[in-house]
Design a protein around this ligand. Structure first.
Ligand SMILES: Nc1ncnc2c1ncn2[C@@H]1O[C@H](COP(=O)(O)OP(=O)(O)OP(=O)(O)O)[C@@H](O)[C@H]1O
Ligand SMILES: [Mg+2]
Length: 300
């Protein structure tokens, strides 16, 4: 494996496509507003001494504790609830809103870092990834998204945890510890379906832990209004669609954002195409027949 293939993608930030996509994500702005200030502080830890001097004329003790944070954020929640798109979107928006930021790089770690199971391989690949990011952060700030984080950071105490996995978690912990010294030049966002499966040492290091849920009735309504407004659906039809995709629907499980956009819409359109136009009936029929993804229980 070459070093570059440790990453699925490297994207220069700010990125216009990510900015455009953020506008299509329900609840994005609310979540961003809630955690933006904490993330912004993480990215500017090197500026704290200057802030303290400016506002207090001395170095406040509190700064040394805040300064000690790990640049790690965890997004956790059920499948298809928007963790990955939000992680990328927030990385982008932070750079868009930071008027002093130079351009930055978004790295997406590939699940290939799990390697082919050779002894020591996963640890080596994690080291390669962090080495590359640290090198590049000398010139540009770096934000690393670790998707499906439980595959790398599963608790070392789990019965089925192999020696190889334990070594990888230890490596990941060491490398995250090391990132502290870069004072905001590097930020890591780790996404997982199962917070409870993550190693407690990883979770404890996170400066921000944010949960993602399946959309509520109101959120699904907003989504349909946004996505389907050009079909001219009335209130009653919208209500029917919200109901068919919620706990009152046939399957008793609310649909995820991903179920709706990646499964309901294409299946409904396929019912209409090519002979007829799309109607609410097509959408309702699919909503009543297709099963939403099963709920992934997490006892965290
Ligand atoms: N807030 C949202 N508003 C609208 N659509 C969304 C939202 N979040 C996710 N989606 C839709 O769901 C799709 C899947 O989202 P994403 O891949 O981020 O989910 P995830 O939580 O990472 O899932 P997994 O746990 O399976 O990795 C997105 O491509 C998008 O179409
Ligand atoms: Mg994901």
């Amino acid at each position: 494996m070459t070093i570059s293939s440790v990453f699925d993608r490297e994207t220069a930030l700010p990125n216009a496509d990510l900015s455009a996509r953020n506008l299509t994500l329900m609840g994005f702005q609310t979540r961003y507003d809630r955690i933006r200030r904490q993330l912004n502080l993480l990215l500017h830890l090197s500026d704290l001494p200057h802030w303290s001097k400016q506002h207090h004329g001395k170095q406040l003790k509190i700064c040394s504790y805040v300064d000690d944070q790990y640049p790690l954020v965890i997004f956790h929640g059920d499948v298809g609830t928007g963790k990955t798109v939000t992680a990328e979107g927030i990385a982008n928006q932070l750079i868009v809103d930071d008027h002093e930021a130079d351009d930055s790089l978004l790295y997406k770690l590939s699940t290939r870092v799990r390697g082919a199971g050779k002894v020591g391989e996963m640890g080596t690949l994690i080291n390669q990834a962090f080495d590359q990011i640290i090198r590049s952060a000398k010139h540009r700030r770096a934000i690393l998204v670790i998707d499906e984080g439980d595959s790398l950071a599963a608790a070392r105490t789990q019965d089925h945890s192999h020696h190889e996995d334990k070594v990888a978690v230890n490596t990941l912990i060491q490398r995250i510890d090391e990132l502290k010294q870069y004072k905001g030049r590097i930020l890591v966002i780790l996404c997982t379906n199962r917070l409870s499966a993550l190693d407690p040492a990883i979770v404890r290091r996170a400066a921000v832990v944010d949960a993602f849920d399946r959309p509520s009735d109101g959120e699904r309504r907003d989504l349909f209004m946004r996505d389907l407004d050009d079909l001219g659906l009335g209130e009653t039809t919208l209500d029917a669609l919200v109901k068919a995709t919620g706990t009152e629907g046939l399957h008793g499980v609310p649909w995820t954002y991903s179920d709706i956009r990646s499964r309901l819409y294409p299946a409904a359109l396929a019912q209409a195409y090519p002979e007829t136009g799309l109607t609410i009936e097509h959408l309702l029929k699919v909503a009543r027949n297709l099963k939403p993804s099963p709920v992934l229980e997490d006892d965290a």
